[in-house]
Write a protein that binds this ligand. Structure first.
Ligand code: P53
Length: 481
C-alpha cells in the first residue's frame, strides 16, 4: 500500500467535542445545551429532542465518559500515542450558561485553562471549535436559535471571551462545526444542533427559509469572530469547518450529472462564503427565486468580506451518490430525495458508505476550489467492539479503515501537492455518538467501559489500533502496516 512521510510539523492527533465526552452537564455553573435534551437512539431509532430535561429519560450526554473529571488521564493516553494536536470544543454553556448572560462563568473558563495547560504539558496543540452542536438551550427557547439576529451578538461575545482568555494557549480555531450539514433542512437533529431551530409544526418551505436565514446569521457571526480574533492575536489561525462529501452521479446521464452539481452547490456555498466572503451566484439566484431570507444587509456583506478564514477544515466520512430518478435537477428541494445507494461501496453497521479514495478526491477538490491550507479534523469508522476475556480488543476493521484513508491522504499530499495541516480522526477515545447518542458506536483507539444503557465502570483501555496509530505517528505516516 502507498505510504509517504508527511511534512515536518504535520499535526497528527484526534478530534472530539465537549458535549460528547465531558459529562458534568450541570456542574460548576454549566447551563443546559441542546445536547442535554437529546435522548439515546440507535442505528434505526432517531434521538428524541425533548422540551427540557424530562425525568426518567436516558440523556447520554449528561455524564458521557466523564472527561470533565478524567481529562488528565485521557490526555496522558493521547500523549502516549504521540499526539501532536487534540481537537475539542469549548462548551458554550460552561462559559455563558444561558447564552445571553452579561458576564462569563469563571469556573467554566478555568476548566479549559487547565485542559489546555495539560495538553501543552505533553506538547499537544489544542485545536478548538467554538460551536460544536451545543448551543445554549435558553437561546433555542427564547430566540428560536439562529433565526434571530441577536444570536450574532451572543456568539461573538462568547468567541471574544474565549479568544482573549486563551490567546496564548490556543492558536488553531474553528467557528461552527459542520455548518453545511443544515443544507438537509428537513432533519430535526441537524437543524437543532447546528442552528438551535426546533422544526415542530413547520412546513417544508418554512423550514428551508429558516435554514437560509439562520445560516446567514451564522456566517456573519463567524466572519465577525474571525475579524476580532485576528485583532486579539494576529498569529491565530481561524478556519471554517464543513462536512465534506464529494458528490457524484449514479449514472453518466447529464440529468444525473447536473443534479450532482446542483447538490454540491447547495452544500459548498457555506464554505464559499467563509473563504471568498461572498455568496455564489447559484445560491443568490435560488433564494431570490424562492423568496427566502429577507434579512441580509449591505453591512453584512461587508463583514463577510472582512472576515474570511485562514484554512478549510473538514470532516470526511463518505461520498454521496445522487440519482435524478426521484428528483429532477431543477426541482431539487429536499436533498435527501436525491441520494442513491452506490453499488460499488460497502457500508458500516450504521449504513455509512466506506470510500477511502473519496478522501483523496475531497482533498483535490477543496484545494482546486479554495487554494487554502486544508485540515482533516474528522474521519473514522463507528463500529461495535468486542472485549476479549483478557481485556484486549482486536479492532483490525478499524485499522483497515484508517490505513486505507491515510494512504489516500498521503497520495494527495505526496503526489497531488495538497497543502495539508494535519489529520485528526474522530473520537480517539470512545464517546457518545452525535447522531445516535450511543456509546456502542465506537471510534476510539482507547476503549471506555460504558454501554448504551449508561452502565459501566468508565475504565479506559488500549485497543490494538492504539499501538498501530502510535507507530503511524512515530514514523510520520511512513509505516502503515
Ligand atoms: P456519529 C452527520 C453527518 C456527518 C457527520 O457521527 C456528522 C453527522 C452527525 O451525526 O457528525 C460529525 O457520532 C460530527 C461529530 C460526530 C461525528 O461526525 O453520529 O462533527 O460530532 O460525532 C460522527 O457517528
Amino acid at each position: 500500500m502507498f505510504s509517504a512521510k508527511m511534512p515536518d510539523g504535520f499535526l497528527w492527533g484526534g478530534a472530539v467535542a465537549a458535549h460528547q465526552l465531558e459529562g458534568a452537564w450541570n456542574e460548576d455553573g454549566k447551563g443546559m445545551s441542546i445536547a442535554d435534551v437529546m435522548t439515546v437512539g440507535s442505528a434505526t431509532q432517531p434521538r428524541e429532542i425533548t422540551d427540557g430535561v424530562i425525568p426518567g429519560k436516558n440523556y447520554p450526554n449528561h455524564s458521557a465518559i466523564d472527561f470533565y473529571h478524567h481529562y488528565q488521564e485521557d490526555i496522558k493516553l493521547m500523549a502516549e500515542m504521540g499526539f501532536k494536536a487534540f481537537r475539542t470544543s469549548i462548551a458554550w454553556t460552561r462559559i455563558f450558561p444561558n447564552g445571553d448572560d452579561e458576564k462569563p462563568n469563571e469556573a467554566g473558563l478555568k476548566f479549559y485553562d487547565d485542559l489546555f495547560d495539560t495538553c501543552h504539558h505533553y506538547g499537544i496543540e489544542p485545536v478548538i471549535t467554538l460551536s460544536h452542536f451545543e448551543i445554549p438551550f435558553h437561546l433555542v427557547k427564547k430566540y428560536n436559535g439562529f433565526t434571530n439576529r441577536k444570536l450574532i451578538d451572543y456568539f461573538v461575545r462568547f468567541a471574544t471571551v474565549c479568544f482573549k482568555r486563551y490567546r496564548n494557549k490556543v492558536k488553531y480555531w474553528m467557528t461552527f462545526n459542520e455548518i453545511d450539514n443544515q443544507s438537509a433542512y428537513n432533519e430535526d437533529f441537524l437543524m437543532a444542533t447546528n442552528s438551535g431551530i426546533i422544526l415542530d409544526g413547520m412546513s417544508d418551505k418554512e423550514k428551508e427559509a429558516a435554514m437560509y436565514q439562520a445560516a446567514h446569521y451564522e456566517l456573519v457571526a463567524s466572519a465577525l469572530a474571525v475579524k476580532i480574533g485576528h485583532k486579539i492575536n494576529p498569529d491565530f489561525q481561524i478556519g471554517c469547518m464543513i462536512n465534506y462529501s464529494p458528490v457524484r452521479p449514479l449514472t453518466p446521464s447529464s440529468d444525473d450529472m447536473l443534479l450532482a452539481d446542483k447538490f454540491e452547490q447547495r452544500r459548498d456555498w457555506f464554505s464559499d462564503v467563509h473563504v471568498f466572503g461572498e455568496y455564489p451566484q447559484e445560491v443568490e439566484a435560488y433564494i431570490e427565486r424562492k423568496g427566502y431570507r429577507p434579512d441580509i444587509s449591505d453591512e453584512d456583506r461587508i463583514v463577510l468580506k472582512e472576515g474570511t478564514v485562514d484554512y478549510v477544515a473538514f470532516s470526511y466520512y463518505q461520498t454521496t451518490t445522487v440519482s435524478a430518478q426521484n428528483v429532477k435537477p431543477d426541482k431539487l428541494n429536499d436533498l435527501a430525495q436525491a441520494i442513491a445507494v452506490n453499488p460499488t461501496l460497502v457500508r458500516s453497521d450504521w449504513g455509512w458508505e466506506i470510500d477511502p479514495t473519496g478522501l483523496r478526491i475531497a482533498l483535490n477538490h477543496l484545494t482546486d476550489r479554495y487554494h487554502k491550507p486544508l485540515f482533516i479534523v474528522e474521519n473514522g469508522l463507528g463500529a461495535y467492539d468486542k472485549v476479549e476475556k483478557d481485556g484486549s480488543i482486536h479492532d483490525d476493521y478499524r485499522i483497515d479503515y484508517l490505513r486505507k484513508h491515510i494512504s489516500e491522504m498521503e497520495k494527495a499530499v505526496a503526489m497531488d501537492g495538497v497543502d495539508l495541516m494535519g489529520y485528526l480522526p474522530w473520537g480517539p477515545i470512545d464517546l457518545v455518538s452525535a447522531g445516535t447518542g450511543q456509546m456502542d458506536k465506537r471510534y476510539g483507539f482507547i476503549y471506555v467501559d460504558k454501554n448504551d444503557a449508561g452502565q459501566g465502570t468508565l475504565k479506559r483501555s488500549r485497543k490494538d489500533s492504539f499501538y498501530w496509530y502510535k507507530k503511524v505517528i512515530k514514523t510520520n505516516g511512513l509505516d502503515l502496516n
